[in-house]
Design a protein around this ligand. Structure first.
Ligand SMILES: [Fe+2]
Length: 297
């Protein structure tokens, strides 16, 4: 087993130009629950043991404000902070007690390509439940990068992630047994590509997607099964233009997993998923995947 200082992708913070519309969508349509409101931030939970998986905050435009990762120990937290500073990251919060209701010790930095990253140890957890058709936790964030290799190098050498696969357009990075927690996508500019939420199983991706469609939000891409990571997917666009994914059955890997490169990750003509059933991605989805930037902390 590989030794990872970061043990999980915990949560993301999104800025939204219409906070109440976003809260309505993520609770009524997407299936999360509001667990706390502090100042101008709203914290939403899934059914797993994370206190929250999503933070929403009123902003001028839709934006990715922060990605939060859980760290194995306080020592690892200090070590990661030193490495991040040495790598040229801007420091927003030095290691200290978190002010979010999930608590714990944390630090916040901006990595060289502009995304804000939080690292937390000892945050509050809750009892996990498995509820059919309901999100359990985050599965991955997919980040657009105009220089994938530089950001991949940062995740690997500074944060201790491992590359699990590299297709022509994407690098897949893991920090536990999930095939990937972070994906880097080749793009003209840095930003958020999409956020994936883990469902209990394939049936829940299908039924959950049907419930989202019932409420007026069509699938942007899928349902299908991805190549790298082998996970089932259905992509949607939230009312503020953020692309989100229901996923399940993410491939579990360990140090023996053989990394495959761009020459091996090639689809037959016309195919974009393992099953060969996913219709072409909608133009709206393609556009939304390159429309969300990073904000300040
Ligand atoms: Fe994804």
């Amino acid at each position: 087993m590989t030794d990872f200082p970061v043990t999980a992708l915990r949560s993301v913070e999104i800025g939204t130009p219409d906070l109440s519309a976003s809260i309505d969508f993520y609770t009524r349509v997407w299936g999360l629950e509001v667990v706390a409101e502090v100042g101008d931030k709203v914290f939403l939970a899934a059914t797993g043991d994370d206190f929250h998986v999503l933070e929403l905050k009123q902003s001028e435009r839709s934006e990715l404000r922060k990605i939060s990762f859980r760290v194995r120990s306080v020592e690892d937290l200090a070590d990661l902070f030193d490495k991040a500073v040495q790598a040229g990251c801007a420091v927003f919060r030095a290691p200290g007690p978190a002010d979010a209701p999930s608590g714990g010790e944390r630090f916040v930095i901006r990595e060289p390509q502009g995304s804000v990253l939080e690292f937390v140890h000892g945050d509050r957890r809750k009892d996990a439940r498995v509820v059919p058709n309901r999100v359990q936790r985050l599965a991955h964030v997919n980040i657009n990068s105009a220089d994938i290799e530089a950001l991949s190098d940062f995740y690997r050498t500074v944060l201790g992630f491992r590359l699990t696969d590299r297709s022509k357009m994407m690098a897949f990075l893991s920090c536990n047994n999930d095939h990937h927690a972070v994906v880097l996508a080749d793009a003209a500019s840095h930003g958020l590509n999409h956020i994936a939420f883990l469902m209990p199983d394939l049936e829940s991706v299908m039924r959950g997607s049907g419930l989202v469609i019932d409420k007026g939000y069509p699938i942007g891409w899928g349902v299908g099964r991805h190549g790298p990571g082998d996970n089932v997917f259905a992509y949607f666009i939230d009312p503020m233009g953020v692309v989100i994914e229901y996923t399940a059955e993410v491939l579990q890997v360990d140090a023996s997993y053989r990394v495959k490169g761009p020459d091996e990750w090639v689809w037959p003509p016309g195919r974009t998923d393992h099953w060969g059933i996913a219709p072409p991605k909608s133009d709206a989805c393609k556009k939304a995947q390159i429309s969300i930037g990073f904000s300040g902390a």
